[in-house]
Design a protein around this ligand. Sequence first.
Ligand SMILES: Cc1cc2nc3c(=O)[nH]c(=O)nc-3n(C[C@H](O)[C@H](O)[C@H](O)COP(=O)(O)OP(=O)(O)OC[C@H]3O[C@@H](n4cnc5c(N)ncnc54)[C@H](O)[C@@H]3O)c2cc1C
Length: 387
Amino acid sequence: MTAFDVVVVGSGIVGLGHALAASDRGLSVVVVDRAAALGGASVRNFGHLCFTPQGGLAREFAARSRPVWLRLAADAGLWLRESGTVVVARHDDELAVLRQLAAERGSESVFGSGQPDVMLLSAAEVETRLPLAAGMAVGGALLPWDLQVNPRQAGAGLAAGLAGRGVEFRYRTAVTAVRPGRVTTTRGSVDAGTVIVAVNHDIDQLYPEVALREGIRRCGLDMLRVDAGLRSPLPAPVLTGWSLLRYGAFAELPAAALLGDRLRRQYPALAELDLNQMYTQLPDGSLIVGDTHYRGASVSPFQNENAFEELLRLTAELFGVPRPRVLERWQGVYASGRDDFLIDEPEPGVHLVAATTGIGMTTGLGLAEHVIASVCDSSIPILKGIS
Ligand SMILES: Cc1cc2nc3c(=O)[nH]c(=O)nc-3n(C[C@H](O)[C@H](O)[C@H](O)COP(=O)(O)OP(=O)(O)OC[C@H]3O[C@@H](n4cnc5c(N)ncnc54)[C@H](O)[C@@H]3O)c2cc1C
C-alpha cells in the first residue's frame, strides 16, 4: 500500500486548502471524500471573500487567504472579482458602525498598500454604484480589499488544478475511523504521516467528544438564487445593516450594540430568523440571496417558506423591483462553535480543522496555510481556535 505524506479527509475549501498548502511544499497528498463531488458548504455559499470585517485570528487567516485566492485565479483560472464589498447603510446607526471601523482601521491595511480598509460613501455615491430603490441609502462604505468568487466553480477548479499537480482524489470513500498515521475508509485504509480532518460540521460523527467539548453544532441557512431584474448589475457583493451584527470586526464595535438593539426592536420577526440580508451576483447575472440561521445538533431539512418570503420581500424593497423570480432554493449547513475556528490535534499527527462560523471561504485557505506551515516546521506554534 502506498503511504502518503498527508491524507486530507474532506474535499471542501478547508480540505482543499490543506491539500494545496501541502502540495506547494512538495508533499504527497491524497484527499478522501465520501461524496461523489463537491456538494457541502463550499458550493452552497455566496462566494463572498469578506476579508475586511474579520477580527482577531480570522483577520490573520483572511490576510493569508487573500494572496492565495489571487494566485489561484491566475494559475487555476478561477473566476474572481477584485470588486470589494459595498455596504448599504439605511439608518444613521448603521453609518455609525461603518464610521467606527473606518476610524479604527485608519489609512493602513494588512491587505496591502494604497487604499484603506474602509472607504465611507455618501448616499449619492452608494446610489451611483448600486441599483437601489430611490432614497434607500443614507450612506455606506466600500471595503475595497474584499473579493468575490463563484462558489459553484471555485472548489471544483481548485480540485482540478490539484489533481493536475499529482494530488490524488478518492471520492465516494467515507472515512470511518482515524488513528495516527492511518485512516480507515469504506474502501480500505490509507496511510499517511499527517492526517487532516476537514469535515466541517460532520466532525461530530468522527470526533463526537471534541464537538461536545468545543460546543460545535450545525447551523442551517436558507438560500435563494433569483432573477431579480435589477436595473444594472451589482459591481460587488452587497451587505446591509444586518451584516454589521455578524462579522467580528463590525460586531465588536460599540455602535453595533445600539444597532442590534434597534434592529431587534424594529424587526422582531427578522431578528427571529437571525437574518443576514446580503447579495452576490453570479457571472450569469442571477443573484444569490440570503440568509437565515438556525442551530442545533441537527437542523431540520424542512425549510420554512416564511424565511424565503421575507428574503424575497426584502430584496424587492431594497432594489425597488417586483418580487424576484426564484431560480433555486437550497439549505446550507456549516459548523457553528463558541470560537471562530476548530484547530485541534487530539493525537500526534492528527489535525482537526474547521471554520466554526460562516467564514470558511474567506479564511479557509489562510487557516490551512497556517496549519500545514506548523506541521512542516515545529518552531511555528499552532494557533488555537479562539476568535
Ligand atoms: C449558505 C452558506 C453561505 C455562506 N457564505 C459564505 C461566504 O459568502 N463567505 C465565506 O467566507 N463563507 C461562507 N460560508 C461558510 C463557508 O462556506 C464554509 O465555512 C466552508 O465552505 C466550510 O468548508 P469545509 O471544507 O470545512 O466544509 P464543506 O465544504 O462542507 O466540506 C466538508 C466535506 O467533508 C466531507 N466529509 C464529511 N464527513 C466525511 C467522512 N466521514 N469521510 C469523508 N468525507 C467526509 C463532506 O462530504 C464534504 O465534502 C457560507 C456557508 C453557507 C452554508
